[in-house]
Design a protein around this ligand. Structure first.
Ligand SMILES: NC(=O)C1=CN([C@@H]2O[C@H](COP(=O)(O)OP(=O)(O)OC[C@H]3O[C@@H](n4cnc5c(N)ncnc54)[C@H](OP(=O)(O)O)[C@@H]3O)[C@@H](O)[C@H]2O)C=CC1
Ligand SMILES: [Fe+3]
Length: 449
């Protein structure tokens, strides 16, 4: 066991001790308004974790769905029994709470609600609740956990509970205590102003992945038609050769490395543009344009999509030796000439393959270090070293590998092995410019200081 492992275990066990020692802060009774899906699931979980729970509902009779051991009372009666009231009701039905202002005065009201659309209302649901019941201490929490996850106990993917609250740290601490006892991790997001962001969070669908995925799909489509015209249609029209089966493996295997390289280059390009902007403005303390900000924020996703394309390229390449077309070509080549081993060709083929293997290995390393569990264990300098220095090296190695493969026939337009020169140009230019800019910056810095 490493030193970090043991210190982590120590930390965890001290947390556990802290939890049990924390139990005095565990309230006697928790009240939940609303006996819908979420209210029932939360009530059941509370009961399992040792809380005495009471429901506040419009109906007084208990249905078979209500977990056994939980009393169902009217809203006012239930609220009187507890200092914490979890409001598991849709925002549209909050109006009746204003009639309970007196009972709810000084109590902690937990708003768990979500909306159907991003930014559906001008103010967040939690702020709206705080306006309706001015005497209560409103805390936003639990909206990022689903009723299904609470019921099934599969909380791994959604263990984090984002919280925010007006200015009452005591109320927030009380809710955080409950969150911890339920086996979840509270994540303090600050004041109630953050509630809107917390409410928008479950409605987002891979926000950072949209641009990289659309871009890669667009590039793939463009390259597919480009290769289709250059290789299949051109050969058919001018050489009367039918190579339409290229669509299945040859063309995808041409598209994958090119898209991977362009995307990888686009990971490093915004850094270059940012450096140029900073040099032009003469300061690094001004905001970048919005488009550059957004581009910088999705670099990790761009890199991971690039890695996926590189993986596909590796898989497509692995099947090459068993393809009929390749075996046929090889055989006819052997038959057509008494083959002499050409040393330079041996070198050329081995070195481009070796460059590809090394480049792909570093590419995987980049992907792994971008995973949160790994990046949390390296310091900022180590992370930058891997992502920046090794990133450029990966770009150069992969470009050299592709150049090495296509290089021989680069200038022959009728060849089916023709690669898009733009891909190389872009991926080679980026590290070069950055290198130049760094030197320029160092030079300027030494002159001015
Ligand atoms: N379902 C989920 O996975 C999640 C839900 N949430 C949030 O939890 C809240 C409840 O969701 P959910 O349980 O799924 O919804 P349901 O429709 O299943 O339940 C809503 C409950 O609100 C109460 N209610 C309905 N209309 C009124 C009214 N006019 N006046 C007073 N109370 C009313 C009812 O309780 P009664 O009949 O007892 O009065 C009803 O059972 C929502 O705000 C939702 O956004 C948050 C995270 C996940
Ligand atoms: Fe390759």
């Amino acid at each position: 066991m490493t030193l970090t492992d043991s210190s982590k275990m120590e930390k965890n066990s001290s947390n556990m001790i802290h939890l049990t020692a924390d139990s005095p802060s565990k309230p006697e009774t928790v009240c939940i308004f609303g006996t819908g899906d979420f209210g029932r699931s939360l009530g059941q979980k509370m009961l399992q974790c040792g809380y005495s729970t009471v429901f506040g509902s419009r109906k007084s009779q208990t249905s078979s769905l209500i977990p056994k051991g939980i009393e169902v009372l009217s809203h006012a009666e239930a609220a009187k029994k507890s200092n914490i009231i979890i409001v598991a009701i849709q925002r549209e039905h909050y109006n009746f709470l204003s009639e309970l202002t007196e009972v709810l005065h000084g109590k902690v009201l937990v708003d768990v609600s979500n909306n159907l659309k991003i930014n559906q209302y001008p103010e967040s649901n939690a702020e709206y609740l705080a306006q309706l019941v001015p005497g209560a201490k409103v805390v936003k929490a639990f909206n990022t956990v689903s009723a299904w996850a609470l019921q099934s106990g599969t909380l791994d993917a959604s263990r984090q509970v984002k919280l925010s609250n007006m200015n009452d740290s005591k109320a927030k601490e009380m809710v955080m205590g409950i969150v911890r006892t339920l086996g979840l991790t509270p994540l303090d997001q600050g004041s109630l102003l953050a509630a809107k962001e917390i409410e928008n969070y479950p409605l987002q669908l891979f926000p950072m992945w949209k641009f990289p995925i659309y871009l890669s799909l667009g590039l793939s489509a463009f390259l597919f038609f480009y290769c289709l015209i250059r290789e299949v249609i051109y050969n058919y029209v001018y050489e009367n050769k039918n190579v339409s089966f290229f669509i299945v493996i040859s063309i995808p295997n041409r598209i994958c490395p090119v898209v991977a390289l362009i995307l990888l280059a686009l990971v490093y390009l915004p850094g270059v543009i940012a450096a140029i902007i900073q040099l032009h403005r003469g300061t690094k303390y001004s905001r970048f344009p919005d488009w550059l900000d957004k581009w910088m924020l999705c670099r990790k996703q761009l890199g991971l999509v690039a890695l996926a394309y590189a993986f596909l390229h590796v898989l497509y390449t692995l099947v090459i030796p068993i393809r009929y077309y390749v075996r046929w070509k090889l055989n006819s080549y052997v038959i057509s000439q008494v083959d002499q081993f050409i040393h330079s060709t041996g070198w050329h083929s081995d070195s481009y393959l070796a460059l590809g293997i090394l480049g792909f290995f570093l590419f995987i390393l980049l992907g792994i270090t971008s995973l949160p569990s790994v990046s949390n264990n390296v310091n900022w300098r180590e992370f930058r070293f891997v992502q920046s220095k090794l990133g450029y090296l990966t770009l150069i190695l992969c470009t050299a590998h592709t150049l090495g493969y296509g290089g021989k026939r680069f200038l022959s337009p009728s060849s089916y092995r023709w690669y898009l020169p733009e891909a190389y140009v872009l991926s080679l230019i980026v590290p070069c410019i950055k290198y130049q800019i760094l030197h320029l910056c160092r030079g300027l810095y030494s002159i001015t200081s």
